[in-house]
Each structure stands twice: as C-alpha cells, then as structure tokens.
Design a binder for this molecule. Sequence first.
Ligand SMILES: [Zn+2]
Length: 121
Amino acid sequence: MKLKRKINLLENIAISKVSIINALKVALLVGLILNVINQFTFLYNYEFHKINLIKTFLTFLVPFFVSIYSSASTKLKFFAWDISLFDRDLKSTSCNKNEISIKKGENINKCPTCKSKLRLK
Ligand SMILES: [Zn+2]
C-alpha cells in the first residue's frame, strides 16, 4: 500500500464520527483522572491559581489522540478480511492478475484465481 494512500485511509477512519465520539469519551475520563493525579496537591490545598492550564489541556489532548490513533490502526488491520470502509480498487497479493473494485460496505473477498488476500492497488 502506498504511503499516501495509507495516510488517506487513516485520515478517513480517524475523522469518522464514531472514532471522534469514542476519543472524546476516553479523553474526558482518562484526562480527568490524569489531571487529578498530576495536580492533586493544588486541588487538595485549594490552590487553583497554581494549576497550569496548558498542562491541563494537554493532559486531555494526549488520550484523545492515542484513542484516535489506536482505533484507526485497528480498523486498518481488520480491513483485509472485513467489510470495506470505503470505495476502493483491490489487487491480489500474490498473482497480481485480478483487479477488483468494491464499494463501501461490501465484503472484501479473496482473489478468485489464487485465493490469496486482496490489498489496495
Ligand atoms: Zn490471485
């Protein structure tokens, strides 16, 4: 798979509604826990003015992007034996004879000639 195509596919998965909603949930929960751990002394002593807002924001941002990345990479791995997430042209991994165009939502089958996996052209 060409790098540009792979990045494009990752972007498409990453910006999907489900990925973003899940990442927001993870960011809220994990970010909250990490912020309480990191700034516990300030919270415990009511020294709210000492809380670093940039660190607070980054503590929410990191789990958000970790979640987006992991969901995108997981979906990318499942692509070869799953349902296609996008319209695409596929080619056999071993014989290179068959080029098959499939639409979003269709099953990704194996090559009709050699029965090997199909990959992006
Ligand atoms: Zn084949």
